[in-house]
Ligand binder design. Sequence first.
Ligand SMILES: [Zn+2]
Length: 428
Amino acid sequence: MIRILKGHIVSAPELGKLDVTENGFMVLEDGVIRGVYEQLPEQYAGEEVTDYGDCLIMQSFADMHLHAPQYPMLGMGMDLPLLDWLNTYAFPTEARFADPDYARRVYRRLASDLITNGTTRVCMFSSLHTEATWILMEELEKAGVTGYVGKVNMDRNGAPGVLEETTEQSVEETLRWLDGCCWEHVKPILTPRFTPSCTDSLMARLGMIAAEQDLYVQSHLSESTAEMEWVRQLSPDCRQYWETYEKYGLWKDHTLMAHCVWSDETERAAMKRAGVVAVHCPDSNVNICSGVCPVRKMLDEGVWVTLGSDIAGGALLPMFRVITSAIRASKTRRIMDDWKTGFLTVEEAYYLGTTSGHRYFGAGKGFVPGDRLHAVVVDDRDLPEAIRPLSVRERFERAVYMMHRHNITAVWSDGRPVVDRRDEFAKM
Ligand SMILES: [Zn+2]
């Protein structure tokens, strides 16, 4: 089935590049992009047009790191350092997800909040609970959010009796969980919480499972200096944090590593070599006072960088907020570096929150023919009247900084229209 979308079409195909097609046409065939055009090609005359009028049709967002079971504690305990915050807030909250009914209620809400904020792709941590993880995957699938979810593995330094597994339990439950994953758009990813949470024998088993079942891996790396010191004590045989993953086959192509705030040149070079993807979580890094990630330097060195909300270390679920947070973090870094380093422009940060993440799932750059459509439609009519008519580029920047969820009036995910709130916006 052919369907044509009409509006101002905006995408970021390369770092720092913005493609704008004013009053353009996007042709879809069964949800797959056939092309973006200034004039509608004659062959499509007479096909069904969805006219989004003066709205912006932009790429949707990819949130490459967040903790679903921390959603209920969003905006709490923000004044504690990472390791205290984990023990006081995160672990007790996650433990609550042993209750499937509670998991259902929270995850239904989270899935709805993600999709209505325009996040159509995620890489997400669940808790260590198998049932709750299946529930999370099911709720994401139903809401139209796609991507990867991981049952968390942790067999040490959790909360014994409340939130911790034995090594055997962790392995058996992981295999049981993998067997029960049956969703079309939400797939499993192996998720050792981080080195302090996983014994060497668990890491070794997870490395074997990753190889046997050909699974991607996500974890944390070099988030805070205290954490890195802890890892040094736990793994005296490894010179650097990344080697604790590499030792067991978990440091490989498409492995996602959240934070990398304190990764030095050697660690960053190891990322690049292996095809490991950094997930920059700027709001979380500042909230927990972890540090200011040298994101500009990572990009200049050729590291693959994506963005994550890192709920609930981060307090901002909408990725358009995380994008502006990344810009501010990069400018803070510039100030700290005596104005010697560059910062992220709005186009660059938008690229990191969209294309860079979408590519993890095999997508092309921007809105390219052959990709299933992931897009948001932004109606900015309720923003303040400017002194003159704004260009689409100016409206794009203003939308990234100023939009709210209600400005996202439609969402397309994997070629399907999953949110349509145009009528609600019109009534406001
Ligand atoms: Zn995290």
